[in-house]
Structures are given as structure tokens and as C-alpha cells.
Design a protein around this ligand. Sequence first.
Ligand SMILES: Nc1ncnc2c1ncn2[C@@H]1O[C@H](COP(=O)(O)OP(=O)(O)O)[C@@H](O)[C@H]1O
Ligand SMILES: N[C@@H](CCC(=O)OP(=O)(O)O)C(=O)O
Length: 271
Amino acid sequence: MSVVSKEHRNDNNWRRLVIKVGTSTIVDAKGEIKYPVINRLSQTLTQLQKSGYEVILVTSGAIGVALQQMKISQRPADIPEQQALAAIGQSYLMAIYNQSFAFYQQHVGQVLLTYDVFDNKLMLQHTIDAVDVMLAQRVIPIINENDVIAVDELDHQHSFGDNDRLAAIVTHETQADSMIVLSDIDALYTANPFVDPTAQPISLVSSITQELLDSATGSSTLGTGGMLTKLKAAEYLMQQQRQMVLINGANPATILDVVQGKQVGTLFKGE
Ligand SMILES: Nc1ncnc2c1ncn2[C@@H]1O[C@H](COP(=O)(O)OP(=O)(O)O)[C@@H](O)[C@H]1O
Ligand SMILES: N[C@@H](CCC(=O)OP(=O)(O)O)C(=O)O
């Protein structure tokens, strides 16, 4: 397996990275699980880890995977039903990741979080300590929200409490240098390109303006956050002097281009 040379690291000398994977990267529009993509993601993250980077994966997809498992075509509106699906799907999602990473001899560990962890100093410290130990042992922590006991993300009335935000807070609290977001789109566009065919990709964003927020509309079929939650996550990170890069998750190896400083996707970096 080839490794990423440290000489090729981004100018920012990133060391610790949070990779956020949306439902649209794990499950396709027909509800089928994208095993080859998950395999490529596991290979890429293992490659990064073996090259000396500390890698934390924040993944959505529990409900998306459960829909396929349970042969349900649409995400139910009922919150307890979604929570039951999350419980079913989370263990399956981890089984897929375990098998996929095991092929590359890479150990992983599951971390399920709720937002109250970030408000409780002791719980937060325990979480950070466990993540630090895993990283020191070259294990990749795999984080998702504990959907069974957290309703914020599942209630579509709220735009907060999504995995984009969760990953941004994890990036800050674990003092990661950057967050790379994998979605079903290759960049932030001037408008939702699925709605507006004249929309143009944006390669660099140095501040989150109202115009940008207005440009972010609906999400993909199974995702919950949409572009708006990604912009809010980017805004939060830029306020913490951290960076975010949005790329297409169709080919997770693109992450290697990002860490090598190549211009790909949209870079959110404050001035
Ligand atoms: N300005 C925009 N630029 C790019 N994508 C946008 C924009 N506005 C809305 N979107 C939508 O955001 C979706 C990505 O968000 P989401 O469905 O939550 O993905 P994920 O599951 O990967 O988190 C895109 O598929 C697109 O439909
Ligand atoms: N925690 C949820 C993620 C919710 C969700 O769809 O998030 P995203 O695809 O990142 O917009 C799950 O694992 O299904």
C-alpha cells in the first residue's frame, strides 16, 4: 500500500483530521448500501493513519442502512420509529466498517455522542481521553450521534443537532486541524445545482455571508442536514480558526488530494 508522503502535507501542516461522511456517501438514492465506497473510504483512512495522521471518522448512515436492512423504502416521520431504525442500523453500520477496515488491518472504535456531552465537562473529558488513547494506539474512532436517546437530529423541525454540527464540535474539542466533509456533491455551488442548472462551484469561502446561507436549500434523498448545516458547521469552525473542506464522497481517495494541498472541492478558510 502506498503512503502519503509527509513532504506532501498541506501547507498548514495538518496532523489531526476529522472526516465527516454523510448518509448520501453510505447509501445511494435507491437505498442500496455503497460497499465499494465504504471500502475505498476504509482504505484511504488507513493509508492516512499509517502515514502519521491522526484520523477521526464521524459517520452518518445508521438510519439509511437500516432502511435497506428492514426493506423500508422511506424514512418514517415518527421519531421512535426512526430511533429504532437508528439502533438497528448503527450496529450494522459498524459491522460493515469493522469488516471493511479489518481488510486493511486497521482497528476502529465506536463512539456514540449526544450534545449534552459537550455541556458536561467530565463527560467531555472522558470522551476526549478515550479518543486520545485510541489515536495514540493508532485506532480510528468512528463517531455518530447516539440517535436512540437524542431526538434533536431526528426532528426535522430543527436545523440544529445534525452530524455536520456534531463533527464540527468534535473537530474543535479534539483540537483537530481540519474537518473534511464527504457529501454527494463535489463543492458548494452558488445555488443548489439539482434545482438551478446555472449554479457555479465555489472553490474558496473566507466568510459565511447571508447570500451563501440563502443559496443553501434542500438535502439529498436520505440526508437530513443539507448544505445549510454544512455552512453553519464551516462558520463555527472558521470562528475557531479551523478549516473545513467539502468534497464529493463518491471517491473517498480524494481526501488524499485534500491533505496534499490540491485544490479540490470547497475550502472554507477564514482570512
Ligand atoms: N448551494 C448548494 N450547493 C451545493 N449543494 C446544495 C446547495 N444547496 C443545497 N444543496 C444540497 O445539499 C445536498 C447535500 O447535503 P445532504 O443531503 O445533507 O448530504 P449528506 O447526506 O452528504 O450530508 C446536495 O445534494 C444538494 O442537493
Ligand atoms: N445520525 C444519523 C445521521 C442523520 C443524517 O442523515 O445526517 P446527514 O446524512 O449527515 O445529513 C444516522 O446515522 O442515520
